[in-house]
Design a protein around this ligand. Structure first.
Ligand SMILES: Cc1cc2nc3c(=O)[nH]c(=O)nc-3n(C[C@H](O)[C@H](O)[C@H](O)COP(=O)(O)O)c2cc1C
Length: 196
């Protein structure tokens, strides 16, 4: 779990994603990009999967997350994270808040590293007359998990449906990663050039 959170909302969601992944049997580390140690970088380099999380600031990932992304340039060139699994989530104040753009940025970041992006894997919630804001995927994202938290609420007040949606994402990524790992024991990797 690799995330930034300025005011704690995205951190609450990171906890939920981690919980879901652990439920599905994964060993999870939470790494805050604003204060990374050498050990944290080593953990990322040896991880099977990374789930990226950032609040949406000015319609995109937070500057701290982009700073982290830019520090991975050498790894990108050398293909250090190539073929690892990736997924993402974001939180914003607005129900839309342009946060699709944030998920796209996270997916492009993963693609630049030649990682395998995992979608949210849920149909859109809250999209018919009998539906409610308590539905899973209530904001109807496909690329990753998108949450909205009123800007005046604290980190403990993140919407429960968004928490559950993030838990789902964690479980799904852990399952896909396990399937891929098992497949890799049966199918030798083809030799591939470095990521860039
Ligand atoms: C500098 C800044 C820019 C923001 N830009 C957006 C935005 O583009 N769209 C939006 O809906 N909310 C925006 N917000 C609100 C945050 O996305 C929202 O408060 C979010 O819950 C913050 O997550 P965090 O607590 O993990 O930092 C912005 C907040 C800040 C501080």
């Amino acid at each position: 779990m690799v995330y930034h959170s300025g005011f704690g909302h995205t951190a609450t969601l990171a906890d939920a994603v981690a919980e879901g992944a652990r439920e599905a049997g994964a060993a999870v580390d939470l790494i805050a990009v604003a204060s990374m140690s050498d050990d944290d970088w080593d953990r990322l380099d040896s991880a099977d999967a990374m789930i990226f999380g950032s609040p949406t600031y000015m319609g995109n990932v937070a500057a701290a997350f982009q700073s982290f992304a830019e520090q991975t340039g050498r790894r990108c060139v050398e293909g250090t994270w190539q073929d690892k699994v990736a997924a993402g989530f974001t939180n914003s104040g607005g129900k839309s808040g342009d946060k699709l753009n944030t998920l796209i940025s996270l997916a492009v970041f993963a693609a630049q590293h030649h990682m395998h992006w995992v979608s949210l894997g849920l149909g859109p919630g809250w999209n018919h007359s009998m539906a409610s804001e308590n539905d899973l995927n209530r904001l109807g994202f496909f690329l990753g998990a998108g949450a909205a938290t009123d800007v005046d609420l604290d980190a403990a007040s993140v919407h429960p449906a968004d928490v559950q949606t993030c838990r789902h994402l964690g479980r799904r990524v852990a399952l896909v990663t396990r399937q891929l790992n098992i497949g890799r024991t049966l199918t030798p990797a083809a030799s591939a050039p470095a990521a860039s």
